[in-house]
Design a protein around this ligand. Structure first.
Ligand code: FRU
Length: 480
C-alpha cells in the first residue's frame, strides 16, 4: 500500500485542523453534544461498532474544504456514547483503488481484530467512475492497515455500487451494497462469504417474485440489514423519489422495508417503503448491535445537495454533524427510535411546569435556553397547540386535522418552510435542542423530526400557544 502518500494525507489533515481551529471553534453554531468534523465537511457515519467495550463512530470527512470530494474516514471513540474523543484519521484516499475517496462502509469484530469494509471510489480524467470494495484491519482499534480490494464491480450494475455493510449470521458472513442496476433503478444486493475475502453475489435482496419493487428511485445508498424484535429490517437511502403529499419532501430520503430475510435464497419478503424521519436533515444512517444487545443508530444530519452551499457554518470552515445515538425497536409494526438513556448524563438544572391553556400564549422565561432537552406530556389537546423555539422553529399539532408539523426559518432564503406527518394523537414530545439543531421524538419515538436550525446567538425564547384547550406538563433540563 502507498504508505507514504497515506501518511502525507494524514499530516495534511492535521495541519488543516490546526490552521483553522480558532475559526471553527469560534462559531456559536458548534454543537455541544453532537459529533461534528474538526474542520471541513462531514457526511455519513461509517463503521459504527462497539469493540472491546469502546464505541467507535467513523465519518465521511473532507478535511480541506466544506465541499464533497476525496473522502477520508475521520474517527471518534467513546466509552459511554456521550463523551467522544477524536482519534487519528482511520483511512485516507492514498491508493490507486480509493484515490477519489474512501467512501462509506462498516466495521466488524473478527478474531481479535477490527475490520473495516469500505468503497474505494476512483474517477478518471473524463469523470468516469470505478468502484472497489476494500478491506482495512486494525489490532488496536486506532491504526488501520489497508488490505486492498476484495470485490470488483459485478456484471449487471453501474459503477454506482457502494457502501458495504457486513454482519454475521450463523456460520457465514453477509454484506449488503447499495447499487444502481443497468436499467438505472436503485437496488440493494446481498453477498455471502465464509472467509470475508471471497464473496458470492446472491443478487437483489428485494426482488422476491410477486413483490418485485420495480422502479423506486435511481440509486439506493447506504443499506443496512438487521434483525430487530423478530423482524428483518432493510434500511437504505433511495435517490430519485418524487414528493408525494407529505412524503419524500427532501432532495433524498431515508427509509426502510420490513419482512423476513430468506438467507438461502437471499431475498427479503417485504411490505412497502416507509420513511424513517420527517424532518429536513436526515440521511445515510447506520446501525450497530452493541455489547448489551441494543440496536443503535446514528445518522447524518444533512442531505446531499440540499442547501449545502447556504449553510452559515461554512464561513467558519466546517459543515454538518451527526444525530444523537438512538436505540431502535420494532413495535406495532413500526420502527421506533429513542434517544439512548446514556444522554441523561448531560442533564442539569431541571425546571418543571404544568399548564392549562385556553386560547392563549405563554412565555416562560425560566424555560428559555439554547441547549436543552424538553419533555412534554400532553394531557389534553382540543384544538391546536404549538411550541416556538428561539423565534426560529416551531412544532404544531392540530388535533382536528390530526397533523403534526415542524416549521423553521429556511437558511436559504429566510422564508418559513415546513414538514408534516399525519398522526392521530400526540401524547409525548421530547425535544433535543442544540446550538444549531433540533431532534423531536414523538410518542416515545413513533415519529422523529430531525433538522438543523440557525437562530441568532442570543435568541433563547420558548413560547407555548394554544388555540382551543390544551393541558400539559413540561420538564426541561439544560444539557452540558
Ligand atoms: C451518501 C454517500 C455514499 C457514499 C458517500 C460519499 O451520502 O453518497 O453513497 O459512499 O456518501 O461520501
Amino acid at each position: 500500500m502507498m504508505l507514504e502518500r497515506n501518511e502525507e494525507l494524514k499530516e495534511l489533515a492535521i495541519k488543516e485542523m490546526e490552521a483553522h481551529r480558532e475559526t471553527v471553534e469560534g462559531d456559536h453554531y458548534r454543537s455541544r453534544y453532537h459529533l461534528m468534523p474538526p474542520v471541513g465537511l462531514l457526511n455519513d457515519p461509517n463503521g459504527f461498532i462497539q469493540w472491546k467495550g469502546v464505541y467507535h463512530v467513523f465519518f465521511q470527512w473532507m478535511p480541506f474544504s466544506t465541499e464533497h470530494g476525496a473522502k477520508f474516514w475521520g474517527h471518534y471513540t467513546s466509552t459511554d456514547l456521550v463523551h467522544w474523543e477524536l482519534a487519528p484519521t482511520a483511512l485516507t484516499p492514498g491508493d490507486w483503488y480509493d484515490k477519489n475517496g474512501c467512501y462509506s462502509g462498516s466495521a466488524i469484530s473478527h478474531e481479535d481484530k477490527m475490520l473495516l469494509f469500505y468503497t474505494g471510489n476512483v474517477k478518471d480524467e473524463a469523470g468516469n467512475r470505478e468502484t472497489y470494495q476494500c478491506l482495512a484491519e486494525s489490532t488496536d482499534g486506532i491504526h488501520f492497515d489497508k488490505k486492498g480490494v476484495i470485490l470488483d464491480l459485478p456484471e449487471g450494475y453501474t459503477a454506482h455500487f457502494r457502501d458495504p455493510k457486513v454482519w454475521q449470521h450463523l456460520d457465514k458472513w453477509y454484506m449488503v451494497i447499495g447499487t444502481q442496476n443497468l436499467a438505472e433503478e436503485g437496488r440493494v444486493v446481498l453477498l455471502e462469504s465464509s472467509d470475508l475475502k471471497n464473496w458470492e453475489l446472491k443478487g437483489d435482496v428485494t426482488a422476491s417474485g410477486h413483490q418485485e419493487v420495480g422502479s423506486f428511485g435511481y440509486m439506493w445508498e447506504c443499506p443496512d440489514l438487521f434483525e430487530l424484535d423478530g423482524t428483518d429490517v432493510l434500511l437504505f437511502s433511495p435517490q430519485g423519489l418524487e414528493p408525494e403529499g407529505d412524503l419524500y419532501q427532501n432532495v433524498y430520503q431515508t427509509g426502510y422495508l420490513t419482512g423476513q430475510l430468506d438467507y438461502k435464497e437471499g431475498k427479503l419478503s417485504h411490505g412497502s417503503f416507509r420513511e424513517l424521519d420527517r424532518g429536513f436533515e436526515f440521511y445515510a444512517p447506520q446501525t450497530t448491535l452493541d455489547e448489551n444487545g441494543r440496536r443503535l443508530l446514528i445518522g447524518w444530519m444533512g442531505v446531499p445537495e440540499q442547501g449545502e452551499d447556504h449553510h452559515p457554518t461554512r464561513e467558519h470552515k466546517w459543515i454538518h454533524m451527526l444525530t444523537i445515538p438512538r436505540e431502535l425497536h420494532y413495535v406495532n409494526d413500526k420502527l421506533i427510535q429513542r434517544p439512548v438513556p446514556e444522554l441523561q448524563a448531560l442533564r442539569h438544572e431541571r425546571v418543571e411546569k404544568t399548564a392549562s391553556l385556553s386560547n392563549e400564549k405563554i412565555e416562560w422565561t425560566e424555560m428559555n435556553g439554547t441547549v436543552y432537552e424538553l419533555l412534554l406530556h400532553l394531557k389534553k389537546i382540543d384544538g391546536s397547540f404549538s411550541i416556538h423555539f428561539r423565534n426560529h422553529a416551531s412544532m404544531i399539532f392540530d388535533s382536528e386535522e390530526q397533523k403534526l408539523t415542524f416549521k423553521r426559518v429556511s437558511f436559504i432564503d429566510g422564508k418559513e418552510e415546513s414538514r408534516s406527518c399525519s398522526i392521530a394523537e400526540v401524547r409525548e414530545l421530547r425535544f433535543y435542542v442544540d446550538a444549531s439543531s433540533i431532534e423531536v421524538f414523538v410518542n416515545g419515538g413513533e415519529e422523529v423530526f430531525t433538522s438543523r436550525i440557525f437562530p441568532s446567538e442570543n435568541e433563547e425564547s420558548l413560547v407555548f400557544k394554544a388555540v382551543g384547550e390544551v393541558q400539559f406538563e413540561a420538564i426541561k433540563w439544560n444539557l452540558h
